[in-house]
Unconditional design. Structure first.
Length: 364
């Protein structure tokens, strides 16, 4: 079967007084990899379960391809699902686990075997088909769950934090495998994670979810470079937030007033009103040292208080002289690649630093 698109329209879902999903709408295009990213309890699993058919929404519709499947039972939706805890059947071998969805669909034994063998090959589990789940490592169990979800060639695959139980190295390896597999099969994937690095690595688009609402749904690079609001700016990566006020706005470009620095240009992702209060968000790696003559840079002074080596990069913690920052302990973080010739080596010195206007985004 070829890939199909998923359309989630205005889905709401309560659990008693808890609003797990609040008017969520998003489309996943045919063959696209979209990730739901949000903190624990934000509604990611609930949305996935609504799409899979294991949870009923209070309002809204779900369509796959041309069909409204809002009221279709899960087993007739034809969707592959990888659950967070793998949910392998402990009393069945790897092969029996993978053949299970085919048996449920009444597929004959010889065909079942062929399809399962193909899936086993795709996830590279050859040679392990007669093992029981408790004889497998975490990464191998994860592959069995994936093979089981894909074995009937579903047009859509849903995955709920499938890599969260793996250690960092294996997780990163599996991320590359998943991405490669998705591209080779051309399958439509809706993926859930709370790990922003994983979301950035895997996805063409990311939906950032908080308290059951979509805060931003955009291409991965834009989510990082042009966050729609303070929540997104702080949740994805690290950032410096400078309290400021919007003065003039003109589409995505604007002028903001920054206390202790003056007026400065910045970018904005959402519509703003003059006078609106917010923050200039500047990523640590976008801060640069300023040597007096640069005029296109919003320049500030501060005292270098701490230097942290992180292997591939070095972080400098600066206490600003004149501006406020909403960051941890009033400190500004600047990050540089570790090229072995750090321009700053002594704490206590006063340094001049800044950023280019296009590297600052105004967030409310
Ligand atoms: P996430 O997957 O992002 O961690 P969930 O979708 O599991 O979030 O949960 C969203 C909210 O709904 C949370 O407040 C959670 O406690 C609540 N919730 C989820 N499932 C149930 C349930 N079966 N009964 C009651 N509350 C639930
Ligand atoms: Mg969850």
């Amino acid at each position: 079967m070829s890939a199909l698109d998923i359309r989630i329209h205005d889905i709401s879902k309560h659990y008693g007084p808890v609003m797990a999903l609040d008017s969520v709408s998003l489309n996943v295009d045919q063959g696209e990899f979209v990730t739901l990213l949000g903190p624990s309890g934000s509604g990611k699993t609930t949305l996935l379960m609504v799409v899979a058919g294991f949870a009923m929404p209070d309002a809204g519709t779900i369509s796959i391809g041309k069909h409204d499947i809002t009221h279709t039972p899960p087993y007739r939706r034809g969707i592959g699902v990888v659950f967070q805890n793998y949910a392998l059947f402990p009393h069945m071998t790897v092969r029996e686990n993978i053949e299970f969805p085919l048996r449920m669909r009444g597929i004959l034994r010889s065909k079942r075997r062929r399809m399962a063998d193909h899936s086993i090959g795709v996830v590279r589990l050859d040679g392990l088909s007669n093992r029981m789940p408790d004889q497998l490592s975490g990464g191998q169990k994860q592959r069995v769950a994936l093979a089981r979800a894909m074995v009937f060639n579903p047009p859509v695959l849903l995955m709920d934090e499938p890599l969260s139980a793996l250690d960092k190295k294996l997780r990163e390896h599996m991320q590359l495998e998943l991405k490669d597999l998705q591209q080779r099969l051309g399958i439509t994937v809706l993926y859930v994670t709370h790990d922003q690095q994983e979301a950035l690595t895997l996805s063409s688009r990311i939906a950032v979810i908080n308290h059951g609402r979509v805060e931003q749904f955009d291409r991965s690079a834009r989510i990082y470079d042009m966050p729609a609001n303070r929540f997104v700016a702080e949740f994805i990566g690290e950032t410096n937030l400078f309290p400021s006020v919007a003065l003039k706005t003109d589409g995505s470009r604007m002028v903001a007033h920054l206390k202790g620095c003056g007026d400065t240009e910045a970018r904005a992702c959402s519509m703003l009103q003059p006078g609106q209060k917010g923050y200039l968000s500047v990523r640590p790696e976008k801060l640069v040292l300023v040597n007096g003559s640069a005029t296109d840079i919003c320049a500030l002074k501060g005292r270098l208080e701490n230097i942290i080596h992180q292997g591939d990069s070095i972080k400098y913690y600066i206490r600003p002289d004149t501006v406020d920052t909403a960051g941890d302990g009033g400190m500004i973080v600047m990050k540089m690649h570790n090229r072995g010739d750090s321009p700053l080596s002594r704490t206590g010195e006063t340094i001049c630093f800044g950023w280019r206007p296009r590297d600052a985004t105004f967030v409310a």
